[in-house]
Design a protein around this ligand. Structure first.
Ligand code: 13P
Length: 283
């Protein structure tokens, strides 16, 4: 079931009020969409976001992947949102909203503050016409969204609490992605979040916070974030790694008979297993 209209934002705000978080799982193709949906169906009490966004569009094509994610959500009994992750382009935002996305991220984090405000404000205006909710980002995350690069947060601009308050008031966004030491992808050294800064942002900002780059984050860090207003957690590398390891394990058996279906099935089941583990952690 697709969480359209107010149901999508209600799911986010309810998680926020309860100290839980919605997982935003990145999907690239049929198998990752199916793997995520199967995990959501195994935990029917907990809404899940399928994130089919800019990076995956480059692989699968925007229209096919949008349709795939939306069809899968609509035909499942699970409570699912379909979310545009890291949208930087207003035309792309509009295309996703018109297709039926329940939420979009407008990522103006690379822009000067005033330009980020203008871009985000326009995305919010467009989303309102479609009953979708909007996530924006302030501060910047190190690392690549689709490939782990052992990034470090050192030198990446963190979110300033006072600026965050101004940004949310000026733009009317429904959720704010923050930079508090988090990075995209796996890292050689464990990531420590700046939980003091996160508490200050929570105090300053009246909307749920979003944590990108949750793969490989220690449980105490994750739970510390949930306690401080993070109500959406983005996970990608963790699912990619689980999928690839399962494919690697399956290949020796599959290769002699060119059994491609067994490889895809192994990848899909591994995505389900990893996503299920994370859904449990976040709730
Ligand atoms: P990870 O790859 O570190 O899980 O980050 C995912 C993410 O933030 C997607 O926007």
């Amino acid at each position: 079931m697709l969480l359209t209209g107010p149901a999508g934002l209600t799911a986010l705000n309810t998680a926020y009020d309860d100290g839980r978080a919605l997982p935003g799982f990145v999907a690239y193709n049929l198998e990752t969409v199916q793997g995520i949906v199967a995990a959501a169906e195994a935990a029917p009490a907990h809404p899940v976001l399928i994130q089919a966004g800019a990076g995956p569009f480059r692989h699968a094509g925007r229209d096919p992947l949008m349709r795939l994610a939306l069809d899968a959500a609509r035909s499942s009994p699970a409570r699912l949102g379909v979310h545009l992750d890291h949208g930087r382009d207003l035309d792309e935002i509009t295309a996703c909203l018109e297709a039926g996305y329940t939420s979009v991220m407008i990522d103006g984090s690379h822009l000067p503050f005033a330009d980020n405000i203008s871009l985000t404000r326009e995305a919010v205006r467009r989303a309102r016409d479609h009953g979708a909710w909007v996530e924006a980002e302030l501060g910047a995350l190190a690392g690549d969204e689709d490939v782990s690069t052992n990034a470090t947060a050192v030198g990446a601009p963190m979110t300033d609490p006072a600026q965050a308050a101004e940004f949310v008031a000026e733009t009317g966004v429904d959720a704010l992605a923050v930079a508090v030491g988090n990075v995209h992808g796996f890292t050689a050294h464990p990531v420590r979040l700046d939980l003091t800064r996160l508490s200050a942002i929570r105090e300053a900002v009246p909307v749920p916070l979003v944590l990108h780059g949750a793969s490989g984050l220690a449980e105490d860090q994750l739970l510390g974030a949930l306690k401080r207003g993070v109500a959406k957690i983005n996970v990608n590398a963790e699912l990619r790694r689980a999928c690839l390891r399962a494919v690697q394990d399956e290949l020796p058996t599959a290769l002699p008979g060119s059994d491609v279906v067994s490889v895809w099935r192994a990848g899909r089941d591994a995505v389900t297993e990893a996503a299920s583990r994370i859904i449990t952690q976040l709730n």
